[in-house]
Design a protein around this ligand. Structure first.
Ligand code: ADP
Ligand code: MG
Length: 465
């Protein structure tokens, strides 16, 4: 959207928000947002914020408000991008940053500044915080990270396509955008980052406007295509067909393709066979949830990056309790930081629990699913989550797997077949594992201790407080 138009819409939207939000909230979270021009088309609105904490927080908490306000301002359903205006960060925040805490809102200004939007050559802008430098490497992502680096070294030649899968909030988008960023910085070619959803929408629009030739030219003429959340294509025949040809053209011309998905290729429902096989041509790599050390490292990195004054105790508390998702980890850090910036009181365990109560509660629910148990046990024995369901049987994997089955049977209330299923096995295997571990515990004090501590870890999170 053009700058003038964007500013006008946002000015009106802001007036609307000032009416409906409390002055505090408005000052802190809305007053800091500016609109900026971009060259992404009329349906795209770019809003700039002083740092990525704002972006995360706004996305998590204020999107419905913002959309409603924009709509009231006459801007219907724009695709909203946030961009961090790095220049503003330095200009407006030094004092607060020295004092620690989330930088309070700068007074609202009506003039928009040119944002530091890192545009790809085509597609959506890259979030400037999603770089390799900001990506913390640990056992859960070493492989994916190494593959990403190899691809960036030699696009189109190392692994093509690169397929990265893993649950929500585990860093897929961060990694894939870091690849785009590195290729752009290294001037190694043109890059397009786009979500499958947006790709689909553009395709539909192109059909409606009889502009399919332009659409094809656009996506088939780039050096690196980064397609995020490919599972979105599940069951969508037309776009799968189109993507198949895009894929082939790029591939034949040795252009790099990178895909992410929240599940393995084989589990994407109704995906054409020929796409499934193509996605597996190159390298398939999985990202898992970071272990405790990595979670602490990520929080520390974040603290350093943002100059936050959060004590180590609090970082550990967050890292220990938020185990399902890095986005939530960051959200929790933000919440605690936000609190610290408002009060001078020391942070007690109770305060932390209170501040993070919603997230902790959600964590409980995930913790006691079969997968939650598998994760925890895999983490404890330092094996991969994938080992829980793999067909391999070396003792160093088989035993933790039996422990996990035992805990699932003891703690989840799920049926034997359901548990078996989740481990890629039948109910008899679960029954056997349960008996075996039960028996061993009678004579093996160390194992009893391990089981007890695992149960406690699952239990403490589970206990409502
Ligand atoms: P996904 O695309 O898998 O849902 P994202 O890439 O959006 O996840 O990651 C969620 C958040 O966690 C982002 O803010 C991202 O920067 C951060 N994050 C994830 N993995 C890491 C990591 N290894 N190091 C630093 N930050 C990370
Ligand atoms: Mg993502």
């Amino acid at each position: 959207m053009q700058e003038k138009q964007a500013i006008e819409y946002w000015k009106k939207a802001r007036e609307f928000l000032a009416e409906v939000l409390s002055p505090d909230i408005y000052e802190r979270w809305i007053g800091v947002i500016d609109a900026a021009g971009d060259d992404l088309g009329d349906s795209q609105l770019t809003l700039t914020v002083p740092n990525d904490f704002y972006q995360d927080w706004l996305v998590e908490n204020f999107m419905p408000h913002i959309r409603k306000a924009l709509s009231a301002a006459g801007c219907e359903n724009p695709a909203i991008h946030f961009a961090v205006d790095a220049s503003r960060q330095l200009r407006e925040m030094p004092e607060e940053r020295l004092q620690g805490g989330v930088p309070p809102a700068a007074p609202a200004k009506s003039s928009a500044r040119k944002a530091a939007v890192r545009s790809c050559n085509v597609g959506s802008p890259l979030n400037p915080k999603n770089t390799f430098e900001n990506f913390v490497v640990g056992p859960s992502n070493t492989f994916a990270h190494a593959a990403a680096l190899a691809v960036v070294e030699a696009p189109g030649r190392a692994y093509n396509p690169l397929f990265i899968h893993g649950g929500t909030g585990l860093g897929k988008t961060h990694l894939i955008q870091a690849m785009g960023d590195a290729v752009l910085k290294g001037k190694k070619g043109t890059v397009c980052y786009i979500s499958s959803e947006k790709f689909t929408n553009e395709y539909i629009q192109a059909i409606q406007q009889h502009a399919i030739a332009d659409f094809r030219k656009k996506y088939r003429g780039i050096d690196m295509l980064l397609i995020d959340d490919i599972h979105f294509l599940a069951g969508k025949e037309g776009i799968q067909e189109e993507f198949f040809h895009t894929f082939n053209t790029l591939y034949e011309n040795q252009k790099q393709i990178v895909l992410t998905s929240d599940r393995p290729v084989s589990e994407i429902a109704n995906l054409q066979k020929r796409l499934v096989s193509r996605f597996e041509w190159g390298l398939v790599t999985e990202m898992e949830m970071a272990n405790l050390e990595t979670r602490v490292a990520i929080l520390r990195r974040k603290r350093e990056q943002m100059d936050l004054q959060v004590p180590d105790d609090a970082l550990f508390f967050i890292a220990e309790h938020i185990r399902s998702n890095i986005r939530k980890l960051e959200g929790s850090l933000l919440r605690v930081t936000s609190y610290l910036s408002l009060t001078k009181k020391a942070l007690t365990q109770e305060t932390l629990e209170y501040l993070l109560r919603d997230t902790l509660e959600q964590e409980n629910q995930t913790a006691l699913t079969i997968e939650g148990i598998q994760r925890l046990v895999a983490e404890h024995y330092d094996i991969r989550l994938g080992d829980m369901t793999s067909k391999q049987r070396p003792q160093n994997i088989a035993f933790p797997r039996q422990v996990a089955m035992y805990l699932c049977r003891e703690m989840t209330g799920q049926s034997l077949p359901a548990i078996g299923n989740a481990f890629g096995r039948n109910h008899a295997t679960v029954l056997h594992a349960h008996r075996l571990i039960g028996q061993k515990m009678k004579t093996d004090a160390a194992l009893r201790q391990t089981i007890l501590s695992l149960e406690q870890r699952l239990g403490t999170v589970a206990a409502p407080n």
